[in-house]
Design a protein around this ligand. Sequence first.
Ligand code: 5MM
Length: 336
Amino acid sequence: MNLEQLNKIANHMTAPGTGILAADESSGTIKKRFDSINVQSTETNRRNWRELLFRTEQAMKDYIGGVILFDETLRQKSDDGTPLVKLIENSDAIPGIKVDTGAKDMAAFAGEKITSGLDGLRDRMQEYYQLGARFAKWRAVIEIDDVRPSNACVIANCHALARYAAICQEAQIVPIVEPEVLMDGGHSIDRCAEVTMAALKTLFMELHTQGVKLEGIVLKPNMAISGKKCAHQAGVEEVAEKTVAVLKASVPAAVPGIAFLSGGQSDLEATAHLNAMNAGFDLPWNLTFSYGRALQAAPLAAWAGSNIAAGQAAFAHRAKMNSLASKGEWNEAMEG
Ligand code: 5MM
């Protein structure tokens, strides 16, 4: 393993002003997104949508350091025969691949999930590297209420994340490690912070046990945030302060970059929270975005299956706003 090279890739994707586009929706998820704009989820439409994003040239060059792809997209070509991976590389962004095979029901712990995909992963990694992927992503899903998550759920998911990360590094691929504590539910921000802290502490213990080099990973966590149904919604400053406190207490400084998921936050919330953290705190890591919905919701609605220019303009705008937030230089007036 060439750790210096892994570290360089992790830093490239999370450098101030730069973040990651999560475009790795699995077939079921992209169908839901397309349903919302009445577009059929065919292979061609999925290709057209993603090509639109990757051909937003200036925004891709200026603000996007990495793109997470689904297996299908990694193999697709545009109408003129250019592989989509090539479009990403041409804008100096790095192509990556989602390698987990989804969150499945856990045995013995009703209502909880364990992410699958370790079987055969070592072999799949070789092919993904040949196809151009230089980083990968694995997402664990942790549900939260008064009693959940169980220790079993947290430990099993963190163990799987660590084994995945070790396999990635062996194949010279940077692992994005994503333990997502969901926003769904009526829990308070303090309960979310408590569970997120426990998950991250377990994760870094497992990463250590499995021999993963922290200099060659990117962490993709949730923010500490109120549950969607919680009566009291914490404000921007409280989210920033509590998220930074959790991260500082659980993420070693050797990690080069932390790139948040948006998790169902509105576009503006996701940008404002990231900005407040970068503007208000001295941090030992790069702190940026790896957003799916908070980067794609506005352009998807603007595109609506046919309006390429409007879709690209909306994507360029959100990417720029989040780029500014990754430097703590955003304010709401810039939203126009
Ligand atoms: C883009 O969505 C990713 C894939 O989701 P599925 O496996 O459910 O299809 C997802 O992992 C995403 O990368 C993260 O949840 C972050 O996306 P958001 O929308 O939360 O920023």
